[in-house]
Structure formats: structure tokens, C-alpha cells
Design a protein around this ligand. Sequence first.
Ligand SMILES: *Cc1c(COP(=O)(O)O)cnc(C)c1O
Length: 230
Amino acid sequence: MSITTNLQNIQNAIATTAHSCGRDPADIKLLAVSKRHSKESIQEAIDAGQLHFGENYIQEAQEKCIAFKDVAFHFIGHVQSNKAKLAAELFSMVETVDRLKLAKVLNKHLEKIDKDLDILIQVNIGKDPKKYGVDPDETAALLQSIQPLSRIRPKGLMTMPPFSTDPAVTRSYFKALRLLSIDCADKKLFYDNENVELSMGMSHDFKIAIEEGSTSIRVGTAIFGERPNI
Ligand SMILES: *Cc1c(COP(=O)(O)O)cnc(C)c1O
């Protein structure tokens, strides 16, 4: 299967799933997760019309962001505070803000380079001790505390639920993230409380995520194949 065919198949699946639950497919963004994949693969996806990419490693992404200036890169990996400056410069969105300290470092550097940055709050929706993200119970407080930081724009929430082979369990996590986002929007904690973004769903579970309200799915393997071990 080629990257072009895979992208077509996923766009078809997005449309079918969206229609089946009464949603507009245009409200669901496909983020092509290109971590550990080559620039040739990214070029093939761009030639097929793909506009949004996700990367997990700042160093690796730096080269790609510079090589492909006409597409948007989202950062979806863990941001160490000492890499926050680079993250602020390179990406059109950082989806993994999970602590006030990181938000402050980002904001300070954004002031310096005179840039506004869209962010998502990464929520550890399953309270999994092995996963990054803010505890769901502390999400509203974190959003509250970043409000004075004028150069970051909290657009919504992102999550990676604990892996489960039971679709009902996965669904319950996605639903919990959506309910949390409604609660935070009611408290007016987002940049645009009428249009809150929910980044959830990957290769194996994006259909469930769309049914539960995802506005951005992050798909790697189903587009690019297995990741090479580099
Ligand atoms: C790697 C990664 C993905 C893509 O996962 P696939 O299973 O390859 O689709 C999505 N989100 C995050 C945060 C990732 O690290």
C-alpha cells in the first residue's frame, strides 16, 4: 500500500464515520504522525495533499520543519523544559502542555520572538502512572493558572488513553475527555470556548474517537506503515 492510498482510505473512513454519527467530516482534522519516518515519506504525503503533521522528537522535527515550510507541524511528544524554546519557535501547535512551568517557559520565549502559539493541554485521562499529562481533576486549575500567559492560546485538550483491546473501555476514556472539555468550556477557560479542540484517536481507535467528538486524529502507522527503529 502506498502512502497516497493509505491517506485516501483514512479520509474515506473519516467521512463514513462522521456521517454515521451525524458529524461534518470537515470538522475532523487528520494529523499525519511522521515521527521516525523519512523526509521522502513526508514529501509523498504532501504531494497527496496532506497539510498537517505530528512529530514527537524536537531534534528530529527541527530538520523537517525547516525542510517543509508550507505545511503545519504539531508537537505531540513530551516537552522537556530545556527544549521548550525550540518547541515555541518550530511548531504551529504544541499539543502536550501538561504543567504550569512549561507553559511559563513557552510564554516567556514567545514574548521574546513575538509569536502567539496555539496549545492543547495533555490530559492523563486514565490516570496511568506511566503516562504524561495533567490529572483530569487538575485540568481546570491548570487552565486557570495559564490564563495570564498572553502569548499561548489554549485551544482544547489532547489525550492518549491507556491501551485496551476492549473498544468500550477506549470509548469511555474519549467520552471522559469530551465531558472534561465541556466542563472547562463552561468555565470559559479556553481561548475559544465555542470551538474547543479535542485531539484524540490514533491508527487503531480513531473511528471510536470521532464518534466521541474528536476534532483531530493523530494517525501514524496507518499512513506511513511501521516505524523504522532509528
Ligand atoms: C506515535 C503517536 C501517534 C500515532 O500512533 P499510530 O498508532 O502510529 O497511529 C499518535 N499520538 C501520539 C501522541 C504518538 O506518540
